[in-house]
Design a binder for this molecule. Structure first.
Ligand code: TH1
Length: 829
């Protein structure tokens, strides 16, 4: 009677009653009706995708009912979460589980001769984000709805989400993603919520008298933003919020003037240009690409969202001046930072507020979350581009900056340090050193009431590095809000076997209060419990092995240690460190084939930005190493290497519960938080990681004995960076590292192109910006201690269970309560 043998969904929903009162017959007939009348299909001709659409539509009706109940009363205060990315993935299991309808739906479909799992697999992922930042926004939406924070998420309804990744001989290939190809059964189009968004043009002056001067922006071009709503059902269906995504449409269906003048091509081109704004998600994670279309996207969704929320506020409260009392706006990174001048503009031009009053409202409504301090990710826009695209906003930014700099003089900062031109340059919203650019981080910081980092270390580094001079001016502005993950998706939905085991051990209350997971700790060394916990893991590893075989043709052994690194490919995340260690391990096994090596499977997945040449070369190296290792009979049964293509939210839901070891090995000080680290630890994988981002807080919670920490800390990295030539010295001091690099550089993994990986090895020998060479030996050491720990199953499982038991704090419900109390000052509904 092991948890692992239970059918997936029945595993934990048993203690949950339907929140909607539906019976199996109700739902069955509802699905049948949708299939027949909305899709025009017979059960015999329906494909899994048709069953998915019919089921989603039937569930959507139940969501709407809950939605209307939620929206009856006007809440005292709403949260508006502005994000260019919402990586929500599939929505059906959220809707079913949160409404308590999973068992009912499964039974209803079974009566129609259909398997729920196959129907769920037919749902495309909504991949409207790149990685952690977008997924965090999705977890926060789930948590806000679950704990009853009235909120609207605002973003863009991209026609094409993150590209589809495939491999051609180990090289990444990108293809467009088409999640909307057969429509989206979850969304509601709201043509009544349409706003005009201007671009370009001129600013004119007028004087209504009394010495007052007014400025009016006459845009050269207008685009319409049309609202598309996706309901977000909270846990037990008690509360429903909305994700409002904007689609760009041409101002007029076609420019009739030009059309009639015979300029058919020009009229259609203008329309294409407008609609391009919501066409595609920019595929760069943690880097800024600086293209004009990106700035157009940012302004487009920010302006539409502000217009919408102000219209709602004025309708409900009458006076725009009370906005800070009833609205808290969160800017997810600097992508919506143009909200600072846009809110000022709307308040002054459309609502006649004075500059001072507009500034008060703005700085008491906006808040800003910073997600990275990497220089290449800090957005700046050329002044020239801003003047051309958003001339009125550029004027407002200049005036904000002038007042900001004047303020320093007024407050008696007369000492030499503060009169210093270098000091003023450091706090200015305009960077004059790299050809005049607007610093969006400084703009967001200055316009916000609260600014937060996403882990304790990251927030400290905000205070001491990039934002140090601004922080000194307002020491209470920066606060820490460590990231979290929604347990409903990353434990309950992704790992129903483990959830059932938890429910049976500590009670069904654990579904509402993750702190009850703590009760598992008492069983960490109880053989009966350990056997069940291990059986769940075994089943998830078999499921993962099946997916690996289907997608790569590689057979992996579920008895081996599954060692997994899945995340965006970026040099600072150091997939290359993992690959080099793999090569060193390969050499060591070949040198001593008869030692009792701990069998390992190294699994990688993740996408590289299409223009990130170095990251794509690292993928190619991982694939070439995989091929050599997997083809070598001498290491068979000891080492396998897999690169799974097309990493996504739904693939993560399969991969993470099947992991024994979680690789979180970024250069210390560079990963602001990480959230995959939390998902793995919650599911009982042990972490091998650096003292970076939230890894530090994970160690504090799970205990130093239950995590494998290695390498330099952030201070050590700073010190080492100042030491020229450290890489050459480190390589010289490590024969193992030198041999692994020599093997890669020799062309052993790329015989058809021996110099292929020289750009990687040469860089490690010369610059090594991410200090791979500095951390290599300690990484090797800790990996061998992991080998030894694996050979003691009782010790390993006790550690794993303690991880699951001690991760409750990393629930995004906790993160959202902290934001609600300390940033938004909003009551839970
Ligand atoms: C990520 C951070 O790299 C990661 O450490 C953090 O856990 C996550 O945000 C959530 O806070 C970032 N993603 C992006 C994406 C873009 C620009 C900056 C960042 S930082 C496009």
């Amino acid at each position: 009677d092991s948890a692992a043998e239970m059918p997936m969904a029945a595993a934990w929903t048993a203690p949950l009653l339907s929140q909607t009162g539906d019976t199996v017959v109700d739902l069955r007939e509802s699905i049948r009706a949708k299939l027949t009348f909305a899709l025009g299909r017979t059960p015999e001709s329906a494909r899994p995708r048709d069953w998915f659409v019919a089921t989603a539509m039937a569930l959507r009706e139940r969501v709407v009912a809950a939605c209307m109940a939620s929206e009856k009363a006007v809440p005292n205060k709403r949260v508006y979460y502005l994000s260019l990315e919402f990586l929500i993935g599939r929505l059906m299991s959220d809707a079913m589980n949160n409404l308590g309808l999973t068992d009912t739906t499964r039974a209803a479909l079974r009566e129609l001769g259909v398997d729920l799992d196959a129907v769920q697999d037919a749902e495309p992922d909504a991949a409207l984000g790149n990685g952690g930042l977008g997924r965090l926004a999705a977890c926060f939406m789930d948590s806000m709805a679950s704990i009853g924070i009235p909120a609207i998420g605002y973003g863009i309804r991209y026609d094409h989400g993150l590209f589809r990744q495939s491999f051609e001989d180990g090289w990444q290939r990108e293809a467009p993603e088409t999640w909307l190809a057969e429509g989206n059964p979850w969304e509601f189009v709201r043509p009544d919520a349409t706003y005009a968004i201007g671009f370009g043009g001129t600013v004119t002056l007028s004087s209504p008298g009394e010495g007052v001067i007014r400025r009016h922006w006459q845009p050269a071009e207008t685009v319409r933003a049309v609202a598309h709503d996706i309901p977000v059902v909270g846990w037990r269906g008690r509360h429903v919020n909305r994700l409002r995504l904007w689609k760009a449409e041409a101002g007029e269906p076609v420019d009739l003037g030009r059309f009639n003048d015979g300029d058919h091509v020009g009229a259609v081109a203008a329309r294409m240009r407008a609609e391009a704004i919501s066409r595609v998600l920019y595929p760069s994670d943690s880097s800024a690409d600086g293209q004009e279309l990106r700035l157009r996207q940012e302004y487009f969704f920010t302006s539409a969202s502000l217009q919408d929320l102000i219209a709602r506020h004025v309708m409900e409260r009458g006076d725009v001046r009370s906005l800070p009392d009833h609205a808290a706006i969160q800017l997810n990174d600097t992508h919506p930072a143009i909200a600072v001048p846009e809110l000022m503009r709307i308040l002054m031009e459309d609502h006649d507020l004075s500059w001072e009053d507009a500034w008060h409202v703005t700085t008491h409504t906006l808040n800003y979350t910073n997600h990275t301090l990497l220089p290449e990710a800090l957005e700046t826009w050329p002044v020239e581009l801003m003047e051309r695209l958003l001339p009125r906003h550029m004027q407002i930014i200049y005036l904000i900056n002038w007042m900001h700099l004047e303020e320093q003089a007024k407050h008696g900062r007369q000492d030499a340090a503060h009169q210093d031109a270098a000091y003023l340059a450091s706090i200015s919203l305009i960077d004059e050193a790299h050809g005049r650019r607007v610093r969006m981080g400084h703009l967001a910081f200055h316009g916000a009431r609260r600014v937060n980092g996403v882990s304790a270390l990251h927030t400290d580094l905000m205070r001491s590095t990039v934002f140090a001079p601004l922080h000194a001016l307002d020491p209470d502005k920066i606060v820490n809000k460590t990231n979290g993950i929604t347990f409903r998706r990353w434990l309950h939905n992704a790992n129903p076997g483990l959830t059932r085991l938890a429910v049976e051990t500590v009670g069904a209350g654990v579904l509402d209060d993750p702190e009850l997971l703590r009760g598992l700790e008492a069983h960490a060394e109880d053989p009966a419990f350990v056997a069940r916990y291990a059986a769940v893991r075994r089943q998830r590893k078999e499921a993962l092995a099946k997916v690996v075989a289907e997608r790569t043709g590689i057979d992996i052994d579920p008895d081996a240690l599954f060692d997994i690194q899945v995340k965006r490919i970026h040099e600072y995340k150091r997939q290359l460190l993992n690959v080099v260690e793999t090569v060193a391990l390969y050499q060591a096994i070949k040198a001593e084939p008869h030692r009792d090596w701990t069998p390992r499977v190294k699994i990688f997945a993740g996408k590289a930005a299409p223009s990130y040449v170095r990251a794509k070369l690292i993928i190619k190296l991982a694939c070439d190493v995989a091929k050599a290792v997997n083809d070598d009979p001498e290491v068979a049964g000891r080492l396998k290497v897999v690169f799974l293509p097309n990493y996504s939210v739904s693939l993560a839901e399969t991969i993470i519960p099947g992991a024994d070891l979680s690789e979180q090995i970024s250069t210390a000080g560079m990963e602001a938080s990480g959230t995959g680290n939390m998902k793995f630890a919650l599911n009982g994988a042990l972490t091998v990681g650096t003292l970076d981002g939230a890894n530090i807080e994970i160690r504090d919670h799970v205990g130093a004995d239950n995590i494998f920490i290695f390498g330099l800390d952030a201070a050590g990295v700073q010190a080492r960076e100042a030491e020229p030539g450290y890489a050459a010295k480190a390589i010289q001091a490590s024969p193992r590292l030198a041999a692994a690099l020599d093997m890669i550089a020799s062309g052993r993994f790329s015989p058809e192109e021996p110099g292929r990986f020289r750009p990687l090895t040469d860089d490690l020998r010369q610059r090594d910006q991410y200090l791979l060479t500095a951390d290599f030996d300690d990484y090797w050491r800790v990996q061998r201690s992991i080998d030894a720990a694996w050979r003691d199953p009782r010790g390993w499982w006790a550690k794993a269970i303690r991880n699951t038991a001690r991760m409750a704090w990393f629930s995004s419900d906790r993160s959202m309560r902290e934001y609600a109390d300390e940033i938004w000052r909003v009551r839970l509904g």
